[in-house]
Design a protein around this ligand. Sequence first.
Ligand code: GAR
Length: 186
Amino acid sequence: MKIALFASGTGSNALKIIEHFRTVPSVSFVVLSNKEDAPVLPKVQALNIPTLTFNRKDFYENGKVKAFLADQSVDFIVLAGFLWLMPTDIVQEYPNKIINIHPALLPKFGGKGMYGMKVHEAVKQAQETTTGITIHYVNEKYDEGEVILQATCAVAPTDTPAMIAQKVQALEHEHFPKVVAKLISK
Ligand code: GAR
């Protein structure tokens, strides 16, 4: 079982997933990023995990990313802090085998441009009393695929966006590796 992790940020979720399968030799990883300087890259390279960085052309036009996934015999794709829309050809190649994590309770606070701290700032602004995470299948639209799991946490009136981010990240780290494990065992 080969899992492709798409990550463009610090990669804390990608690393939690890799760590979860450390003692499972049948599961291996490749990591893809659209940012050459993504902090996640040196961290996974230190674990001898192959990486690919790519640009918009590679993703949407010349098939470089799709070819890499095929060359590496990737079975399952996990978006862990990745913000570009998945191209139709990749979505069709991996039906129900691409999942994403979103740091809010979709359909609230989702869609293009809603990521990271922007989400938590919007949650604060809307005076929500609850927020959480959504793990969902990926289709050709932002944040609209079928929901696999949602988990919630309380938002206190005194919580800052940074405090909300911490609570949500704890939920992500707790649930995301387990959901991946469950889905790939099917
Ligand atoms: C996570 O909070 C994830 O939910 C979010 O990016 C963060 C990546 O953190 N994804 C989105 O906002 C997608 N719209 P990480 O790099 O530490 O795993």
